[in-house]
Design a protein around this ligand. Sequence first.
Ligand SMILES: *Cc1c(COP(=O)(O)O)cnc(C)c1O
Length: 378
Amino acid sequence: MGFATDAIHAGQQSDPTTGAVMTPIYMTTTYEQEELHKHKGFEYGRTHNLTRAALESNVAALEKAKYGIAFASGLASIQALLSLVKAGDHIVVSDNVYGGTYRLFEKYWTDYNLSFSWVDTSDLQNIKDAINENTKLLYLETPTNPMLNLTDISGTVEIAKQYGIKTIVDNTFMTPYFQRPIELGVDIVVHSSTKYLNGHSDVIGGMVLTNDEAIQERIRYIQNAAGAVPSPFDCWLTLRATKTLAVRMKQHNENAIQIAEFLKTQDFTHKLYYPGLNEHPQHELAQEQMSGFGGIISLDFGNMELTKKFLKSVKVFTLAESLGGVESLLCHPASMTHAAVPKEDRDKMGITDSLVRLSVGIEDAEDLIDDIKLAARM
Ligand SMILES: *Cc1c(COP(=O)(O)O)cnc(C)c1O
């Protein structure tokens, strides 16, 4: 089946009792057992929930994975992935990953004798150079936030396979609509479903997807053993949202392309980062491994006064953290998402004080462009 068809139908059957077309929200913590050792396969809500199971098979189908395991947040899913390694192990990570991932790895797990190498994975040689005999996982985010640097997924997989290392891609920004790492040989995809998968800025959630039986067993075990499970209602909302993932992503992409093309011609634009532009240094790789470019654009005004005025003057865009919702948001990475990174390192990465990240929503593109025009020129 095609993506849009799977998005609407995969993992969902009409309810056997009533024929209800939509998956019910199974708000129950426990299930009746007819007699000792006899039940319908459901024992306790943390372990089994049908609304959650429907969401898991739905997103698994979209990522072309056999298994999906849902968590209460993106970070809870990333945390669960660390149960694949042991004290003494080493993990190679893209140096530009989500700030919370950096915090979890570097500020927490290093206390338990895991070690991490933070490398610019856009150059495959850096990955090779970082691998040592204890390396067990390779963790990528592509494109990165907010600089939108890409890593060659197939090239990375090739290296990882040579060394028997498992690869993980955080696919939050692209979603399976535009990028399917498992089809490119990646072992595990992880999501903050808080962003595009749910897409309405009203649920915090996460997902792990894999084809690997042993990995699924371990992560499924951790889902129950550590217990960071999403609520049935949150699963239902997310399941409702994935039905429109295809149409939403198409529109995010169209709007972002229009806005990027507009920004390119404006004299207030000092630097512009969007993988869909010919000028993006990895535009070719973007066309190879992605089928669209997503809704995130970073714009550097090169001027603090203008940046402040812009953030204050926009009317349709809202200044807020997060991304991937139907409404357009913008954020100031230097003081919001990347405030914990020392200024010197931020500047080196391109995250200057005058950089603004746009999460382009699915409003009318003309209204978004007018909003930017007015705010930048006021
Ligand atoms: C938001 C985000 C996360 C963390 O997810 P939460 O749902 O906020 O816990 C991880 N990775 C990326 C790329 C994100 O944008």
